[in-house]
Design a protein around this ligand. Structure first.
Ligand SMILES: O=C(O)CCC(=O)C(=O)O
Length: 286
């Protein structure tokens, strides 16, 4: 691992403070136009490969699947996507926002909202996982311009400060909790963020967020990377694929082949876990 790495993209103090206050932040021009084109093509290819056998129309899918096509841990099956998941500019920003010396990968994924795809219900990410209040941040990276027609994300400012609310079952295997009505949010409303390709929106694991429906004629193509501070421990035995696969027990540090260090940069990109397979489908890693 390189020591004393300097950040390829430095986040200024004002933006770090904004992130701490609001629980989300737009960072502009993090990826170049050629990176967006190249990675967008590679992620398209991998999503197409993983979903090749799924001939269902949008209407035939479950309510959850109508929100987006979800393909997870793409770095494990597509070598060409690895440099995106391990992107130093992105990982350096995550380290700065988390205030952590070292950060690890929790998961990467494609979230492709098809034309006509329904809205993504308001939820918090972190409450899905047995990781307590581990510092966690997500990068939401669109491969195209996001406006009010194609599934923009919206975040409730300051909602990360209320901590973990009741879990929202966005898979709808049970009735989803109407989190926006939670008294702790005091009526605060999600704010939509429009994004140009190359820019990235970050949100804390406790920020309440949702995404609009895709009423455009094109698929909304988004990649996300979820980072957490190294040294964090598992807080309960609730199932979570990345921890269970790595054999991480309760109170043990969360590390393993599928949870690689992303910052500071490694000298060489690691190999994926030997049991990496195609992981798709309507699970959100509870
Ligand atoms: O892109 C979406 O529709 C939802 C994304 C989301 O919930 C997340 O990145 O945590």
């Amino acid at each position: 691992m390189k020591s004393q790495a300097t950040y390829p993209t430095t986040v200024n103090e004002e933006d770090i403070q904004r992130y701490r206050d609001q629980g989300f932040l737009l960072t502009r021009d993090v990826l170049t136009a050629s990176e967006i084109k190249q990675f967008g093509t590679e992620v398209d290819r991998e999503v197409a490969l993983r979903t090749a056998d799924d001939q269902r129309t949008l209407e035939q899918k479950t309510t959850y699947e109508q929100s987006f096509v979800q393909c997870m841990r793409l770095w494990e099956t597509a070598t060409a996507i690895k440099p995106l998941t391990f992107h130093q500019g992105l990982a350096g920003i995550a380290a700065q926002l988390l205030g952590a010396e070292k950060v690890r990968l929790w998961q990467d994924q494609a979230l492709y909202k098809e034309p006509g795809g329904k809205d993504t219900e308001a939820h918090q990410d972190q409450t899905f996982w047995p990781i307590g209040d581990t510092p966690l941040v997500s990068a939401w990276i669109p491969f195209q311009k996001i406006d009010d027609t194609n599934g923009a994300m919206a975040y409730v400012p300051g909602s990360h400060k209320v901590g973990g609310l009741k879990i929202v079952d966005i898979t709808r295997s049970t009735t989803p909790y109407p989190i926006l009505e939670d008294k702790a949010l005091a009526g605060a409303k999600p704010e939509f963020v429009m994004v140009d390709p190359g820019s990235v929106v970050w949100h804390s694991g406790f920020t309440v967020h949702r995404a609009a429906a895709n009423i455009s004629a094109q698929t909304r193509r988004v990649f996300t990377i979820v980072y957490y501070a190294d040294g964090s421990t598992r807080t309960s035995d609730r199932p979570a694929f990345p921890l269970d696969r790595a054999g991480v027990g309760v109170n043990e540090p969360m590390r393993g082949e599928g949870l690689p260090i992303l910052w500071p940069p490694l000298d060489a990109l690691p190999n994926p876990p030997t049991d990496s397979g195609q992981m798709t489908g309507p699970q959100y890693d509870r």
